[in-house]
Design a protein around this ligand. Structure first.
Ligand SMILES: Nc1ncnc2c1ncn2[C@@H]1O[C@H](COP(=O)(O)OP(=O)(O)O)[C@@H](O)[C@H]1O
Ligand SMILES: [Mg+2]
Length: 176
Protein backbone atom coordinates (compact mmCIF):
# COMPACT_ATOMS: atom_id res chain seq x y z
CA UNK A 1 0.00 0.00 0.00
CA UNK A 2 1.02 3.65 -0.43
CA UNK A 3 2.37 5.79 2.42
CA UNK A 4 0.11 6.29 5.43
CA UNK A 5 -1.21 9.85 5.60
CA UNK A 6 0.05 10.09 9.17
CA UNK A 7 2.82 8.09 10.76
CA UNK A 8 4.02 8.27 14.35
CA UNK A 9 7.40 6.73 15.11
CA UNK A 10 8.57 5.90 18.61
CA UNK A 11 6.94 8.97 20.14
CA UNK A 12 8.05 9.78 23.66
CA UNK A 13 6.58 12.61 25.71
CA UNK A 14 7.83 13.48 29.15
CA UNK A 15 6.50 16.12 31.51
CA UNK A 16 9.60 16.78 33.59
CA UNK A 17 10.66 13.35 34.80
CA UNK A 18 7.17 11.89 34.22
CA UNK A 19 6.83 9.65 31.17
CA UNK A 20 3.37 10.25 29.66
CA UNK A 21 4.03 8.50 26.32
CA UNK A 22 6.60 5.76 26.10
CA UNK A 23 7.29 4.92 22.46
CA UNK A 24 4.04 5.24 20.50
CA UNK A 25 3.90 3.90 16.95
CA UNK A 26 0.88 4.51 14.73
CA UNK A 27 0.02 4.53 11.04
CA UNK A 28 -3.14 6.10 9.68
CA UNK A 29 -4.13 5.39 6.08
CA UNK A 30 -6.89 7.21 4.18
CA UNK A 31 -10.33 5.82 4.97
CA UNK A 32 -9.31 4.19 8.22
CA UNK A 33 -10.96 4.64 11.59
CA UNK A 34 -8.81 4.06 14.66
CA UNK A 35 -10.01 3.83 18.24
CA UNK A 36 -7.60 4.49 21.08
CA UNK A 37 -8.51 2.89 24.38
CA UNK A 38 -6.98 3.40 27.80
CA UNK A 39 -7.70 4.20 31.41
CA UNK A 40 -7.86 7.71 32.76
CA UNK A 41 -4.32 9.04 32.76
CA UNK A 42 -3.14 6.51 30.16
CA UNK A 43 -1.94 9.29 27.86
CA UNK A 44 -4.69 9.46 25.23
CA UNK A 45 -5.09 13.24 25.40
CA UNK A 46 -1.33 13.70 25.52
CA UNK A 47 -0.94 11.71 22.29
CA UNK A 48 -3.71 13.70 20.67
CA UNK A 49 -2.25 17.03 21.79
CA UNK A 50 1.14 16.01 20.45
CA UNK A 51 -0.39 15.13 17.06
CA UNK A 52 -2.26 18.45 17.19
CA UNK A 53 0.84 20.57 17.78
CA UNK A 54 -0.13 21.57 21.33
CA UNK A 55 2.74 19.56 22.85
CA UNK A 56 6.13 19.00 21.26
CA UNK A 57 7.51 15.44 21.41
CA UNK A 58 10.42 14.78 23.76
CA UNK A 59 11.68 12.41 21.08
CA UNK A 60 10.36 10.42 18.15
CA UNK A 61 9.11 11.63 14.80
CA UNK A 62 5.84 12.42 13.04
CA UNK A 63 5.46 12.01 9.28
CA UNK A 64 2.78 13.36 6.95
CA UNK A 65 2.64 11.44 3.67
CA UNK A 66 6.10 10.12 4.41
CA UNK A 67 7.72 13.50 5.09
CA UNK A 68 9.05 14.26 8.58
CA UNK A 69 7.18 17.14 10.21
CA UNK A 70 7.71 19.13 13.40
CA UNK A 71 4.63 20.96 14.61
CA UNK A 72 5.51 24.02 16.67
CA UNK A 73 1.90 25.12 17.09
CA UNK A 74 -1.66 23.91 16.58
CA UNK A 75 -1.73 25.99 13.42
CA UNK A 76 1.17 23.96 11.97
CA UNK A 77 -0.74 20.73 12.61
CA UNK A 78 -3.94 22.16 11.20
CA UNK A 79 -2.11 23.35 8.08
CA UNK A 80 -0.80 19.80 7.66
CA UNK A 81 -4.34 18.44 7.68
CA UNK A 82 -4.66 17.32 11.30
CA UNK A 83 -8.02 18.50 12.63
CA UNK A 84 -8.67 18.07 16.33
CA UNK A 85 -11.82 18.19 18.40
CA UNK A 86 -10.70 18.51 22.01
CA UNK A 87 -12.32 16.82 24.96
CA UNK A 88 -13.58 20.14 26.30
CA UNK A 89 -14.48 21.17 22.70
CA UNK A 90 -12.37 24.34 23.08
CA UNK A 91 -15.13 26.83 22.36
CA UNK A 92 -15.69 30.32 23.70
CA UNK A 93 -19.17 30.21 25.18
CA UNK A 94 -19.72 33.96 25.09
CA UNK A 95 -18.99 34.27 21.39
CA UNK A 96 -21.32 33.41 18.53
CA UNK A 97 -21.36 30.17 16.60
CA UNK A 98 -19.84 31.97 13.63
CA UNK A 99 -17.10 33.69 15.64
CA UNK A 100 -16.13 30.34 17.14
CA UNK A 101 -16.19 28.68 13.74
CA UNK A 102 -13.77 31.24 12.29
CA UNK A 103 -11.74 31.91 15.44
CA UNK A 104 -8.29 33.04 14.30
CA UNK A 105 -9.21 32.61 10.63
CA UNK A 106 -11.76 35.36 10.17
CA UNK A 107 -12.68 36.48 6.68
CA UNK A 108 -11.83 40.15 6.40
CA UNK A 109 -12.52 42.87 3.89
CA UNK A 110 -9.87 45.23 2.48
CA UNK A 111 -10.05 47.55 5.50
CA UNK A 112 -9.92 44.71 7.99
CA UNK A 113 -13.66 44.68 8.57
CA UNK A 114 -15.14 41.27 9.30
CA UNK A 115 -17.20 39.79 6.48
CA UNK A 116 -19.87 38.68 8.94
CA UNK A 117 -22.74 37.85 6.58
CA UNK A 118 -20.50 35.61 4.51
CA UNK A 119 -19.07 33.91 7.61
CA UNK A 120 -22.57 33.40 9.07
CA UNK A 121 -23.66 31.69 5.88
CA UNK A 122 -20.61 29.41 5.73
CA UNK A 123 -20.92 28.45 9.41
CA UNK A 124 -24.61 27.65 8.94
CA UNK A 125 -24.10 25.69 5.71
CA UNK A 126 -21.13 23.68 6.99
CA UNK A 127 -23.03 22.61 10.10
CA UNK A 128 -26.05 21.70 8.02
CA UNK A 129 -23.84 19.44 5.91
CA UNK A 130 -23.19 17.27 8.94
CA UNK A 131 -26.75 17.28 10.10
CA UNK A 132 -27.43 20.25 12.35
CA UNK A 133 -29.68 23.00 11.08
CA UNK A 134 -28.60 25.74 13.44
CA UNK A 135 -30.72 28.53 12.07
CA UNK A 136 -29.09 31.41 13.93
CA UNK A 137 -25.28 31.32 13.84
CA UNK A 138 -25.14 34.73 15.54
CA UNK A 139 -26.32 33.03 18.73
CA UNK A 140 -23.80 32.50 21.55
CA UNK A 141 -22.24 29.05 21.75
CA UNK A 142 -23.24 28.96 25.43
CA UNK A 143 -26.83 28.39 24.28
CA UNK A 144 -25.91 25.25 22.33
CA UNK A 145 -26.16 21.66 23.55
CA UNK A 146 -23.04 19.49 23.91
CA UNK A 147 -23.89 17.71 20.66
CA UNK A 148 -24.32 20.96 18.79
CA UNK A 149 -20.99 22.27 20.12
CA UNK A 150 -19.33 19.09 19.00
CA UNK A 151 -20.88 19.46 15.55
CA UNK A 152 -19.48 22.98 15.42
CA UNK A 153 -16.00 21.73 16.29
CA UNK A 154 -16.17 18.93 13.70
CA UNK A 155 -17.58 21.16 10.96
CA UNK A 156 -14.84 23.73 11.64
CA UNK A 157 -12.08 21.12 11.43
CA UNK A 158 -13.40 19.71 8.16
CA UNK A 159 -13.99 23.13 6.61
CA UNK A 160 -10.42 24.19 7.38
CA UNK A 161 -8.99 21.19 5.57
CA UNK A 162 -8.67 18.30 8.03
CA UNK A 163 -7.47 15.12 6.32
CA UNK A 164 -7.21 13.37 9.66
CA UNK A 165 -9.94 14.14 12.17
CA UNK A 166 -9.06 13.40 15.78
CA UNK A 167 -11.81 13.30 18.40
CA UNK A 168 -10.76 13.20 22.06
CA UNK A 169 -13.40 11.32 24.08
CA UNK A 170 -16.17 12.37 21.71
CA UNK A 171 -18.98 11.20 23.97
CA UNK A 172 -17.78 12.88 27.17
CA UNK A 173 -19.27 16.24 26.19
CA UNK A 174 -22.64 14.75 25.27
CA UNK A 175 -25.74 14.15 27.32
CA UNK A 176 -27.48 10.82 27.34
N1 LIG B 1 0.64 19.34 30.89
C1 LIG B 1 0.93 18.31 31.71
N2 LIG B 1 1.88 18.41 32.66
C2 LIG B 1 2.18 17.37 33.46
N3 LIG B 1 1.59 16.17 33.41
C3 LIG B 1 0.63 16.01 32.50
C4 LIG B 1 0.24 17.06 31.59
N4 LIG B 1 -0.73 16.59 30.78
C5 LIG B 1 -0.95 15.33 31.16
N5 LIG B 1 -0.14 14.96 32.18
C6 LIG B 1 -0.09 13.65 32.82
O1 LIG B 1 0.10 12.68 31.79
C7 LIG B 1 -0.67 11.53 32.06
C8 LIG B 1 -1.56 11.25 30.87
O2 LIG B 1 -2.61 12.20 30.87
P1 LIG B 1 -3.69 12.28 29.69
O3 LIG B 1 -2.97 12.25 28.40
O4 LIG B 1 -4.55 13.44 29.98
O5 LIG B 1 -4.49 10.90 29.91
P2 LIG B 1 -5.87 10.42 29.29
O6 LIG B 1 -6.31 11.43 28.27
O7 LIG B 1 -5.58 9.08 28.70
O8 LIG B 1 -6.83 10.33 30.45
C9 LIG B 1 -1.42 11.79 33.35
O9 LIG B 1 -0.72 11.19 34.41
C10 LIG B 1 -1.41 13.30 33.46
O10 LIG B 1 -1.45 13.70 34.80
MG1 LIG C 1 -8.05 12.61 28.09
Amino acid sequence: MAEPYLRVENLIKKFGPFMALNGVNLEVYPGEVHALLGDNGAGKSTLIKTLAGVHQPSSGQLYIEGKPVNFRSPRDASDAGIGTVYQDLAVNQLMSVTRNFFMGRELKGPLGTLRMAEMDKIAHDEMLKIGIDFSDPTQAVGTMSGGQRQTLAIARAIYFGAKVLILDEPTSALGQ
